[in-house]
Design a protein around this ligand. Structure first.
Ligand SMILES: [Zn+2]
Length: 198
């Protein structure tokens, strides 16, 4: 019995070593056509982790009202460095998961207003100035293209300690002048231009 166990342990280790020695260089090469050899689940994972293949976050609305980079702050409290893109879309427009991942934040996030953050490994998508009726909860896993929220209104009421107001003194959904999606992508916590990825 002990001999049999030792034999099967040795063959298991040999098998694992063969797998590592044979397959790791192939994976590292990166030029292999995976299409016939991987499962759909693996394919989706690879898709979701390659650049230029994230879904556009606001189906049907593609006008960029503010680009990524330095700008003149459009309203008090808005940053001069815009680490995101703004997409013009009316209140209640659907927003979707740009990649599959986990919802890591839902809440009122200062100048960003009502915000959802979606994470997949070291990549985080940040959706801001949303409707407070979040469709997803923190900790939930979502699939790419799943509806996760809606574009919010300009004014929101009843948020404790909200210091953002419009010129009429009404509280706003963060530092915003009107309904739109402020969409950021962070890689290793550094904001990158979302247009390089969607
Ligand atoms: Zn913005």
């Amino acid at each position: 019995m002990a001999k049999l166990f030792k034999y099967s342990l040795t063959s298991t280790i040999t098998f694992i070593l063969v797998i590592i020695i044979f397959f790791v260089p192939i994976l590292a090469n990166g030029n292999i056509d995976f299409s016939n050899t991987i499962s759909n689940q693996d394919k989706e994972f690879i898709d979701n982790n390659s650049s230029k293949i994230f879904s556009w976050p606001t189906p049907g609305y593609t006008t960029i009202t503010c680009n990524f980079g330095y700008r003149k702050a459009p309203t008090q409290g808005a940053s001069t460095y815009h680490g995101a893109i703004d997409i013009g879309a009316p209140t209640d427009s659907k927003i979707i998961a740009t990649f599959s991942g986990k919802i890591v934040y839902t809440g009122f996030y200062g100048a960003n207003g009502f915000t959802i953050m979606l994470q997949n490994s070291n990549v985080v998508a940040v959706y801001s100035h949303l409707s407070p009726d979040f469709i997803v909860r923190e900790g939930e896993y979502v699939l790419k293209n799943q509806v996760i929220g809606k574009v919010g209104p300009k004014n929101v009421y009843g948020v404790p300690n909200n210091k953002y107001k419009d010129s009429n003194g009404n509280p706003t959904n963060g530092a915003t002048t009107g309904p739109h999606l402020h969409f950021a992508i962070k890689i290793d916590n550094v904001a990158v231009n979302p247009l390089d990825y969607v």
